[in-house]
Write a protein that binds this ligand. Structure first.
Ligand code: HEC
Ligand code: HEC
Length: 456
């Protein structure tokens, strides 16, 4: 872990030397780590008692352990990482002086690769639903009142597979209770939403992209970064008050650089891969190296063929409501810079540091780059090892299962926390199909492209 922290410090030192228009990356990162923008989710006593609701044999193991060890076990169970200044707490929750824990952007947006914290890599271990469920049980046992997450999760699923969340639909559900100026309007909750899980993209894409999200429907800007704060407790005045904070947060995002592959690379094979990539992939994904051109192309949904639930679940009315609101109006004259409010499909993402951002596609359905390239061999049901990295296939180290094995295990009563560790591509929103472009390549050409992708 020590390496991981020093890496973070090096990156923040680098970042502070590059103040991006309006904000300071270093201040942005400190705000993400230390400032709570939401009501608290739990307190330290609840966190420290979580082990009491764990299944055996984990519970007995925790009972024998010290408080520090139990905290470590809890962080591992929920996919949380130790805070750089205080390993007894998590970097993804801001812990106030009274011991209250409040979720931050880093809950979904700061994870690790092969056991090392890489700034801006999404948290692909985050077990939000399991964490919330178990926090609720402990609160009941301790006679404590429920927070907004405890109640929210009774109305909508938070994430059916660990590492992915229903984040887009949280946004839609929250925006339903706001007018364009973000005043709170009373409406009955929506029950017509299509819940689906998404894999958060790496934040180092921010410097290359002009739009946000899988379908690129929203313009980038510090205000757009604030949607996650739309809980009832935050009135419109809070958004104005915190706008300058998010200029710093945006500067942090802009400052992030993709991580470099640290293993060996066969240069001659990668060189061949580059030529093949330029011929078959570059038109959508851009050029890397000296020219570094990124077209941000949007591929029509029927053509790309990856799971279309995300595309359909967010209606054009909802896209417009967001873009036409306070979030879409910024800059000196508060003019909407507008964007593609009616996207045609998904954006071909930048591939810088792609070796580190597994799993792949917007729904996180494909565990390695090898599987992106070998469509016919993509696993139907898979589970990652907690921190394993597959250097051959380039991506998550996984265990593969069949759909029937998994269905049987679930009907035999597999506990929900364990069930959520499996990615079942037969479920709504979780298809691993599509993106057939690599089919045009021979096996050897794919091997060369895989080698090249490590260099980006
Ligand atoms: C519950 C998990 C979660 C939390 C918390 C969260 N995000 Fe995200 N974020 C996501 C997911 C999932 C996406 C992908 C959404 C999509 O593409 O439709 C996303 C997308 C983004 C993107 C777009 C990146 C791109 O390349 O398109 C940015 C920027 C971002 N989030 C910033 C933030 C900030 C800043 C916060 C805190 C204020 C935050 N997020 C909190 C899950 C989360
Ligand atoms: C016609 C445009 C197009 C071409 C050509 C294309 N891609 Fe893609 N690619 C996309 C789109 C769009 C996505 C996003 C799909 C999604 O998330 O559902 C994508 C996603 C990916 C991803 C996953 C990225 C991530 O972070 O999840 C990889 C890796 C990738 N492509 C590699 C390649 C390679 C290698 C080739 C050439 C053999 C190629 N692509 C050709 C459009 C294209």
């Amino acid at each position: 872990m020590k390496n991981a922290f020093s890496l973070l410090l090096v990156i923040s030192a680098f970042a502070s030397a590059n103040v991006v228009a309006g904000g300071s990356p270093e201040i942005g990162f400190q705000l993400l780590l230390n400032k709570a923008y939401l009501p608290a989710d739990l307190d330290q006593d609840v966190f420290d008692a979580l082990w009491t609701v764990w299944p055996e044999p984990l519970k007995s193991k925790a009972e024998q352990a010290s408080t520090a060890q139990r905290r470590e076990m809890a962080m591992e169970r929920y996919g949380l990482l130790p805070h750089p200044n205080d390993p007894s707490r998590s970097m993804q929750y801001v812990v106030g002086s009274s011991g209250n824990w409040t979720m931050s952007c880093l809950a979904c947006h700061q994870g690790q690769v092969a056991g090392t914290v890489v700034p801006g890599v999404p948290n692909t271990n985050y077990a939000l639903e399991t964490f919330t469920e178990e926090v609720r049980l402990v609160k009941i046992a301790q006679g404590k009142s429920f927070g907004h997450m405890d109640i929210g999760s009774l109305l909508l699923p938070l994430g059916t597979t660990s590492g992915t969340t229903n984040a887009v639909i949280f946004g839609v559900a929250l925006m339903h209770h706001r007018d364009a100026a973000l005043n709170i309007i009373s409406r009955s909750p929506r029950f017509d939403l299509t819940h689906h899980d998404m894999d958060a993209p790496p934040w180092w894409h921010y410097r290359k992209r002009k739009t946000l999200y899988a379908d690129g429907f929203a313009p980038q800007g510090s205000r757009m970064l604030m949607q996650f704060l739309l809980v009832r407790e935050n009135g419109p005045e809070k958004f104005v008050e915190w706008e300058s904070d998010f200029e710093h947060v945006e500067a942090w995002l802009e400052s992030l650089q993709p991580p470099k592959w640290s293993g060996e690379i066969d240069d001659s094979l990668a060189g061949k891969g580059e030529l093949i990539f330029m011929e078959h992939c570059g038109c959508c994904h851009g050029e890397y190296g000296e020219s570094d051109e990124y077209p941000e192309s949007v591929v029509p949904i029927d053509e790309i063929g990856t799971d279309r639930v995300r595309f359909d679940a967010l209606t054009n009315k909802e896209r417009s409501a967001l873009n036409d609101s306070w979030f879409g109006h910024f800059g000196r004259d508060a003019v909407s810079i507008g964007s593609r409010q009616r996207p045609l499909g998904y954006v071909a993402p930048p591939l810088d540091g792609v070796w580190a951002s597994a799993p792949y596609f917007h729904n996180g359905s494909v565990p390695t780059l090898w599987h992106v390239l070998h469509r016919e061999s993509r696993p139907s049901v898979w589970r990652r090892t907690p921190a394993g990295y597959d250097t051959q296939k380039v991506g998550l180290e996984i265990e593969e299962r069949s759909v029937s094995w998994f269905a049987e295990a679930v009907s035999d009563g597999m506990p929900s926390a364990q069930r959520r560790q499996y990615f079942d591509t037969s479920k709504l929103g979780k298809s691993a199909k599509g993106h057939s472009y690599p089919d045009a390549l021979t096996h050897l050409e794919k091997t060369a492209v895989l080698e090249y992708l490590k260099t980006l």
